[in-house]
Design a protein around this ligand. Structure first.
Ligand code: CA
Length: 460
């Protein structure tokens, strides 16, 4: 029934529209009849070029590619920050983290000595929102929200947590020397498996235990973030790669993809595959000089607001509701995941949630033909940016001045056209300034000149 190639040729929106009508009015259940299960998989420091479905050769991601192939790939998919923690703050709340000063990773400096880095209690997480709709919720993997106990997933809307709270983790935990790997809030005594395999094991176990009710499983792998550690057996599979960092990174990616495959198999085995919304994305762009991840053809890297820092692999599938083979080209952002999940859960989004994201389903289906966002904004330490459809105005720390790109035609940000389009530049700057003035100043982080020199009491 669905000709995915035709969709691609026709353009995402028109193609999606034709097919979606069939999917919703055919024999499959409508959204109002069933609550979707939601599996949200978040990679760490995985670059735009590090998935097979973006056209790179020799990338071991058949399972990630299958999500894109069986649903929708977002060609212009963004996160809200070019580093770990603020990106997670945006994802988990559906609100720009700048609203609550969560602009940087947790660091030594705070607005006051009592500042607690992490999502304020006045902001509800996606876990809390879905728990309120009767979902069983699990978080398996990395946290990176600051060390105060109130940030623990089990206090912020997740029934279960297995993982660690830090920017990075060793991959061979064994005796858990640093006591960072916890179940709930209790340190794990011994973990015999490679950490990515342990997360996969726990995720499959969660699905096996909870498939009879609506569940939300959030799996933020720390792969492929450093340290670059992997078993010799897996490393040998990539012995033909000369660059040792790249060899290790591909082996780590292989492991993450294989564990995503185990989750998909568990969904199928438990007969909940078709009504599970699976979302995959990375928390920020790759860092070629760090973990040898690649962002080609994008400019820049993790830590920057060039596309390479914030435009990431982003795809989702939901066989009962999204036709296969869609390439959606308008810009979307990780903020859209919370409202999309709420809609898939038959929940209602209240205006007082003040979300910055939108439910993507009507856009994917073609019901709404406009771009989901008039503007997208970024503010990260000294850098800032705004995207309005074809245009992106960006200031990247270390550069002399802002730059304007026609990002639809120039995704590699090679041609700065700021001198040719002063009116567009002025309009975008005005919009950005208005947005930025409505945000809170950074409340914690590593930049005393932005946050203030006060050292915070709580551990970061
Ligand atoms: Ca990251």
């Amino acid at each position: 029934m669905i000709n995915s190639q035709k969709i691609t040729k026709l353009g995402a929106v028109a193609g999606a529209c034709l097919c979606f009508a069939g999917a919703t009015h055919g024999s499959t259940p409508s959204k109002t009849e069933t609550k979707a299960n939601i599996l949200l998989i978040f990679a760490d420091d995985l670059g735009y070029a590090d998935v097979g479905y973006h056209g790179s050769k020799g990338i071991p991601t058949p399972n990630i590619d299958s999500i894109a192939k069986n649903g929708v790939q977002f060609v212009s998919g963004y996160v809200t920050a070019p580093v770990c923690s603020p990106s997670r703050n945006g994802l988990l709340t559906g609100c720009y983290q700048n609203r609550f000063g969560g602009e940087d990773n947790p660091g030594p400096f705070g607005a006051t000595e009592d500042t607690i880095p992490g999502i304020p209690l006045s902001y509800k997480t996606i876990g809390e929102r879905l728990q309120a709709l009767g979902y069983k919720t699990g978080w398996i993997g990395k946290q990176h929200q600051g060390k105060h106990p109130r940030n623990s997933p089990i206090k912020r809307g997740f029934n279960e947590f297995f993982g660690f709270n830090n920017g990075a983790s060793e991959y061979f935990i064994r005796g858990n020397r640093k006591q960072r790997l916890v179940r709930g809030s209790t340190p794990v005594k011994y973990e015999k498996e490679y950490l990515t395999d342990a997360f996969g094991r726990e995720a499959v176990d969660f699905i096996n235990r909870n498939h009879k009710q609506a569940f939300f499983l959030y799996v933020p792998f720390n792969a492929v973030h450093g340290p670059l550690q992997v078993s010799k057996t897996l490393l040998n599979k990539y012995s033909y790669i000369k660059n040792i960092k790249r060899r290790k990174m591909l082996a780590m990616l292989d492991s993450m993809d294989a564990n995503i495959g185990k989750m998909i198999t568990a969904l199928k085995k438990n007969k909940v595959y078709r009504n599970t919304l699976i979302i995959f994305l990375s928390d920020n762009g790759g860092k070629p000089k760090g973990n040898a991840s690649l962002n080609t053809p994008l400019r820049g890297h993790k830590g920057q607001l060039f596309e390479g820092g914030i435009r990431i692999p982003f795809c989702m599938q939901w066989p009962d509701h999204i036709p296969a083979g869609i390439k959606y080209k308008n810009a979307v952002i990780s903020l859209d995941i919370l409202p999309t999940a709420i809609a898939a859960a038959n929940g209602k989004i209240a205006s007082d949630w003040k979300l910055d994201g939108v439910n993507l389903m009507p856009y994917i289906s073609g019901k709404k033909k406009v771009s989901p966002h008039k503007n997208l904004y970024w503010r990260f330490n000294y850098s800032w940016g705004i995207r309005n459809n074809d245009w992106k105005l960006v200031y990247v720390k270390g550069k002399k001045a802002p730059m304007l790109f026609n990002i639809s035609k120039d995704m590699s940000e090679k041609n700065n056209v700021i001198k040719e389009y002063p009116e567009i530049t002025a309009k975008l700057k005005k919009d950005y300034d208005k947005w930025s003035s409505g945000m809170m100043k950074p409340q914690w982080g590593w930049q005393p000149s932005l946050v203030g020199k006060t050292r915070i009491k709580t551990q970061h």
